[in-house]
Design a protein around this ligand. Structure first.
Ligand SMILES: C[S@@+](CC[C@H](N)C(=O)[O-])C[C@H]1O[C@@H](n2cnc3c(N)ncnc32)[C@H](O)[C@@H]1O
Length: 402
């Protein structure tokens, strides 16, 4: 195991090649570090990693998702599927239409980012003559909510009366489709390591104006979860490091509690539990994104970069089954989009309209290619009270891997 100081040197080596933020951005990051240091002080000298990650991403006005920086797209830090091409939303619209035709109701999107998925999905549903009663959005970031409103107002003024932002989960009895694209990977995670058979937790401490990572005794909650994981995976070696998302399970339980009928889709990068907590993945999956560079240092300029971890799809499937949902499919993003009719959308595009056709084919490549988003991203579906099999899972079913 590297000592904490050599790990720190490794982090510096990783981040030394990153572009320098400008003065104003640096000042914003310093303000966030000050706030985090104050919280550390208040908590008696350290914060569990998940609480640091929550502040780094969501501290009001300063966190990565709560401050005004451009995050998505070419000029931001990373690009998501709906930002890549509207084909993603157009395929999802075909899946939503199937559900709306059977159970009626609404579409609910968690974590709507810039609002582009909502805009493209609604535009396509409108073109298909299948607008939902309501399009509901739940997002924890006030800044992004404001951007979503502005974009939707500009793109779809005529359907604004169907779009609502909720402060939390919907009322009981929700019917329709629920979509969470790249939301669970943005939830704060706990980090743990195995040290001579015992579970340790990672904390963040403050040293003057700098933050540093430190291992210490795990909280009872993390210890219980990690020990359960270790008991089921006795082959994990000493020194194994990874992370646990202890918020995704309560999130899914809460959504299931409001969900009367329809389809829930979780779309994200992630693995089955056996792949995630594999002896060879012994440094976990935590990753940071800053101006399209991926690196592993969560302490680099807090507030200016995204911090993310992969999703454990097995944990979600187990939670869904316990909550009485049916796990209707698990597949790759590529197969999901193809199952929803992506090839037909391509065939309908006019190659004579060179610019538009080229943009479409380039976007499709990024969405489908295994080396891009096609295989890294998975789609996991849950249903309740839906008789038909969702079309998105018709070409490939990987539930056996969960
Ligand atoms: C990586 S971005 C993805 C944005 C968008 N779905 C896309 O694919 O472009 C994560 C989004 O999830 C939101 N978010 C994070 N945790 C959330 C939660 N618990 N409930 C609702 N939204 C959340 C963030 O504010 C942000 O809008």
């Amino acid at each position: 195991m590297p000592s904490d100081s050599s790990a720190h040197r490794d982090q510096r080596a990783w981040t030394s090649g990153l572009p320098e933020p400008d003065r104003e951005m640096l000042r914003q990051s310093e303000n966030l570090v000050e706030l985090i240091a104050g919280r550390i002080d208040h908590a008696g000298g350290r914060l569990p990693f998940d609480q640091f990650m929550e502040l780094a991403l969501y501290a009001p006005g300063l966190g990565y998702y709560s401050a005004g920086s451009r995050k998505f797209g070419e000029s931001g830090d990373f690009i998501t599927a709906p930002e890549t091409s509207n084909v993603f939303a157009r395929c999802l619209a075909r899946q939503c239409r199937q559900v709306l035709e059977e159970v009626g109701g609404d579409v609910l999107e968690f974590g709507a980012g810039s609002g582009v998925l909502a805009a493209d999905l609604l535009a396509e549903l409108q073109a298909l003559g299948s607008l939902p009663d309501r399009y509901l959005i739940v997002d924890v970031s006030p800044d992004l909510k404001a951007r979503q409103k502005a974009l939707l107002q500009q793109r779809l003024p005529a359907v604004m009366d169907r779009i609502f932002w909720l402060d939390g989960f919907p009322e009981q009895g929700f019917r329709g489709s629920v979509i969470a694209n790249e939301v669970l990977d943005a939830m704060p995670v706990h980090r743990f390591r195995v040290d001579r058979g015992r579970v340790q937790e990672q904390y963040v401490e403050a040293a003057g104006k700098r933050l540093r990572l430190q291992w210490g005794e795990a909280s009872p909650l993390l210890r219980a979860a990690a020990e359960k994981l270790l008991a089921a995976n006795p082959g994990l070696p000493d020194g194994f490091e990874s992370e646990l998302n202890l918020r995704s399970v309560p999130w899914l339980q809460a959504m299931s509690g409001c969900f009367a009928a329809g389809l829930m889709l979780i779309i994200d990068y992630g693995y089955s539990r056996a792949e995630y907590y594999h002896p060879q993945r012994d440094r976990g999956t935590l990753m940071c994104h800053y101006r399209h560079r991926a690196h592993p240092d969560p302490l680099f300029c807090p507030g200016l970069q995204d911090i993310t971890a992969h999703v454990d799809f097995t944990a979600l499937a187990e939670t869904a089954l316990d909550a009485g949902l049916a796990v209707c499919g698990y597949t790759t993003q590529a197969y999901f989009l193809l199952s929803c009719g992506l090839e037909q959308l391509l065939a309908e595009s006019d190659p004579g309209d060179v610019k538009r056709h080229l943009m479409l084919t380039q976007g499709v490549k990024r969405l489908l290619l295994p080396s891009e988003m096609g295989e890294r991203f998975k789609v996991l579906g849950f249903t309740r009270g839906l008789k038909s099999q969702p079309i998105g899972f018709s070409l490939k079913d990987m539930r056996g891997r969960l």
